[in-house]
Design a binder for this molecule. Structure first.
Ligand code: NAP
Length: 289
């Protein structure tokens, strides 16, 4: 490190399990850049001071993670139109003494479907489990790609309705339906769906062994099941889908694609497929240690 080193990093409340430092340091190393990526674990009450402090210190860019993706928007000088519509940012770029907010989660979500699984989302009916921050990026990406119907299942009704209202205005051509988690509704919607996306944390290390769906639900064979959770590799939802013979996708590729776009925003370099594949296998090996 020297005076010319550009600092980038991650702002969040609990960063113990974050894979972002590993991913970005691998990108930096691959391109031999004079950058360093640091985790900044802060308390919620210090968010404003941390963002303005980073601006004053000349920190070149930041990722923002749970629970700051919405709150940090208020401290930006400018917000990218997609992030504005989604209502959350996960990337900050400092340019000419100003802070610019972006959201790379929505592209990160759709790229693995398009590139790795060769799926065209136009005319596909989708189900989204959850209505939090990640669900907003997912619904934005699905509607933007031309999904005509999106059925949202969420525990709290108000959050689901808020999401529906927001995106009804932006995408009037997309029918957005909301439901409580009830078996009858789930089975009916799943019977007609092409894609099911889990954006709840059920099945992650915080909620191990939990499946957001009742095991008795039967998926149609065409259903693709996508769980945004990236650890473990196979959540109970994905195991259920696999047993039923459905195509599955976990959140690891999304994690890498959203990181790749953030990296591009800071450096102007979009990481090549080779390094992304190498990082994926590095993450898998780390998990199996
Ligand atoms: P969030 O804003 O807190 O939203 C969580 C959602 O899950 C809410 O809809 C919440 O319902 C629901 N939920 C939480 N606990 C639940 C429970 N016990 N039973 C039923 N529903 C429950 O979180 P987020 O930012 O959207 O993140 C959600 C997940 O996506 C996390 O596991 C995160 O790691 C993952 N994610 C992955 C990537 C990636 O790159 N792969 C990127 C972003 C997020 P209520 O509205 O009722 O509270």
């Amino acid at each position: 490190m020297n005076l010319m080193t550009l600092t980038i990093g991650l702002l969040g409340e609990h960063l113990e399990n974050s894979l972002s430092p590993l991913i970005h340091r691998s990108f930096i190393c691959h391109y031999s850049l004079n950058y360093c990526y640091l985790p900044f674990q802060i308390k919620t009450e210090n968010l404003e001071k941390a963002i303005y402090g980073a601006k004053a210190l000349g920190i070149h860019g930041l990722n923002v993670t749970i629970p700051f993706k919405e709150k940090s928007m208020g401290f930006m000088d400018s917000i990218d139109p997609a992030a504005e519509k989604i209502g959350a940012i996960n990337t900050i770029v400092r340019k000419n003494e100003k802070l610019y907010g972006y959201n790379t989660d929505w592209n990160g979500f759709k790229e693995p479907l398009k590139k790795n699984m060769k799926i065209k989302l136009i005319d596909k009916k989708a189900i989204v489990l959850g209505a939090g921050g990640a669900a907003r990026s997912v619904v934005f990406a699905l509607a933007e790609e031309g999904c005509p119907v999106i059925s949202i299942f969420n525990r709290s009704k108000d959050r689901a309705l808020g999401l529906k209202r927001n995106f009804n205005n932006i995408f009037p051509q997309c029918e957005i339906k909301t439901f409580p988690f009830q078996r009858k509704n789930l089975q009916e919607e799943i019977d007609n769906a092409d894609l099911l996306v889990n954006t709840t944390p059920l099945g992650s290390w915080y909620y191990p062994g939990q499946n957001p769906l009742p095991e008795e639900i039967k998926p149609p064979s065409k259903l693709i099941v996508y769980d945004l959770i990236y650890c473990p590799d196979r959540t109970p939802l994905l195991r259920w889908a696999e047993i039923n013979g459905n195509r599955i996708l976990n959140g690891k590729e999304m994690l890498i694609y959203q990181a790749a776009e953030s990296f591009y925003l800071w450096t102007g370099l979009y990481p090549d497929q080779d390094i992304m594949t190498k990082i994926l296998s590095k993450i898998r090996k780390k998990e199996n240690l």
